[in-house]
Design a binder for this molecule. Structure first.
Ligand code: GLA
Length: 527
């Protein structure tokens, strides 16, 4: 059974685990990475094209575009930075064309900007790109890195000579070799974060990585598409018991900005990584990043969830059918809740304060960490979540009913006719609105719109008052156009406006995933 499926089967036990004791500090005890590391790495945008120029320009960008102040500190050089052989004394040598002055001046420059330098090596005889590995040179290489001013080492697992360890499993050999480098780094006396990279099946570094490292890869290399991101999420989310301050699960770097996913999918990636207390290492070209993608990396509310000092990863409280609810306990009693829709159609996802492990309270403040709106709930937590999207809330128990004036938490959803809509088809769309707050909603108006070319395109429905916990549901009939381009997407939109003690609020919901599948009879014929 795939790990993701197994995880879903085990969800009932997950809540109990929220209360399970987690050791307070990393066994590695180098007192580093007490919150998940944040920074940049060249790999997914430059691969073997890394250079001093790229690293220094990236550092300048980070210092000027707000990323450094948002918490991104490590600037990490991945594979391919060195020459194909060591020097006559056995030392590693930086590639003279790409790092003409070596690594130390690059580290000095980064340090002058208040940033830190990371570098890549490998526990075997060669790196994954075939350059010299640290096997048999651990102490020498650690000393080299310390003398250059390196602050972070990513240590890979390619080309390990397993044959030299008869009778030992690959996992045992890795433990030996990673422990060697861990001790060598410690012996330099320089604080160096140690990131191990051994995500192959059976390696299971989450079971033993905390004894030697600050973070360990849980899953294979991530690609810039939703399916790969989802696989790494599913392969990591169930490992929440293994992580703690100084010791983190690493589902690989962030692909946000590389162009293979939508802005919404990138928001999802960032939210899920923060919820899992994963390292936030941007692996993209920061100089050409769009404003929308930069805004994702700089969402301080979501970063605060990742960097929460309690260091507890989110726990899945539901995951059936690809609809997830995760809850991350934060210092001070708040929880960060992510409702994640991994399916291909927008839908409502609901849970409750109780189910996510919040203590009982007269009401709760919900702050939506993407649209930044706050509302109050009597305990229900729900959202209409687009396909591949998330709703992410920071939830605070409030001691009494009247301490703050907040709009009631409400959910507007649309459930069109299931399956594809055909040209010329009459469909029924249910628009429903639920008041999850603790006070009555007044002057509620629900609106519905279908795209141009439809009949019954707009509709309005009015309700004087809606008490807490109540739902107002209307059915709308809409007739799809009889002809149109093949495989068009119909964006069916609902809006709700209402007043409460907090004033007037308007919310919207869109269902845009239904494809119009023209039949032969309704397709326009070529003349
Ligand atoms: C492995 C790692 C990647 C990257 C490359 C470099 O594939 O998992 O993150 O470091 O090696 O060769």
């Amino acid at each position: 059974m795939r790990r993701g499926k197994l995880l879903i089967a085990c969800l009932c036990a997950a809540l109990l685990a929220v209360a399970a004791a987690v050791p307070a500090a990393s066994a590695e005890a180098n007192r580093l990475a007490l919150t998940p590391p944040m920074g940049w790495n060249d790999w997914y945008s430059a691969f073997c094209g890394v250079s001093a120029q790229l690293v220094e320009q990236t550092a300048q960008t980070m210092a000027s575009d707000g990323l450094r102040t948002a918490g991104y500190r490590y600037v990490n050089i991945d594979d391919c930075w060195m020459t194909p052989s060591r020097d006559s004394a056995g030392n590693l040598v930086a590639d003279p064309t790409r790092f003409p002055s070596g690594i130390k001046p690059v580290a000095d420059y980064l340090h002058s900007l208040g940033l830190r330098l990371g570098i890549y090596e490998d526990a075997g005889t060669a790196t994954c790109a075939g350059l010299p590995g640290s096997y048999g040179h651990e102490a020498q290489d650690a000393a080299t890195f310390a003398s250059w001013g390196v602050d972070y080492v990513k240590y890979d697992r390619c080309n390990i000579p397993y044959g030299e360890f008869p009778g030992e499993s690959p996992e045992q050999v890795q433990q030996t070799l990673y422990a060697r480098m861990s001790a060598a780094l410690k012996a330099t006396g320089r604080p160096i974060v140690f990131s191990i990279c051994n995500p192959d099946p059976g390696d299971d570094p989450w079971a033993w990585g905390a004894a030697v490292a600050n973070l360990w890869r849980t899953t294979p290399d991530i690609a810039d598409n939703f399916g790969s991101m989802l696989a790494n999420f599913e392969g990591t989310v169930g490992l929440f018991r293994s992580a703690r301050p100084g010791a983190w699960n690493d589902p690989d770097m962030l692909q946000i900005g590389n162009g293979g996913s939508t802005t919404l999918e990138y928001q999802t990636e960032f939210s899920l990584w923060a919820e899992m207390a994963a390292p936030l290492i941007a692996s993209t070209n920061l100089a050409t990043l769009s404003a929308a993608d930069l805004a994702i990396y700089e969402n301080r509310n979501v970063i605060a969830v990742d960097q929460d000092p309690l260091g507890k990863p989110g726990v899945p409280v539901r995951g059936a059918g690809g609809l997830w609810a995760l809850s991350k306990q934060l210092r001070g009693g708040d929880h960060a809740v992510v409702l994640f829709n991994s399916t291909g159609a927008a839908t409502r996802i609901a849970t409750s304060a109780r189910a996510v492990g919040l203590p009982g309270a007269p009401r709760y403040r919900l702050t939506n960490l993407w649209n930044r709106q706050s509302s109050e709930s009597g305990g229900g937590i729900a959202a209409f979540v687009p396909a591949h999207g998330v709703a992410m809330f920071r939830i605070t128990p409030l001691p009494s009913r009247d301490t703050e004036t907040l709009a009631p938490h409400s959910v507007l959803s649309l459930s069109p006719h299931p399956g594809q809509i055909h040209f010329g088809e009459l469909i029924t769309v249910i628009v429903s609105f639920t008041n999850q707050g603790t006070s009555t909603i007044n002057r509620l108006t629900l609106g519905f719109r279908a795209p141009k070319g439809w009949h019954g395109r707009t509709s309005r429905n009015y309700r004087a008052a809606l008490r807490p916990g109540r739902t107002f549901r209307v059915a709308v009939l809409a007739l799809a156009p009889s002809v149109g381009p093949p495989a068009a997407t119909a964006a069916l939109t609902a809006t709700a406006s209402y007043t409460s003690t907090a004033g007037r609020r308007v919310i919207g919901a869109t269902f845009g995933e239904q494809l119009l599948a023209p039949t032969a009879a309704t397709l326009p014929t070529a003349k």
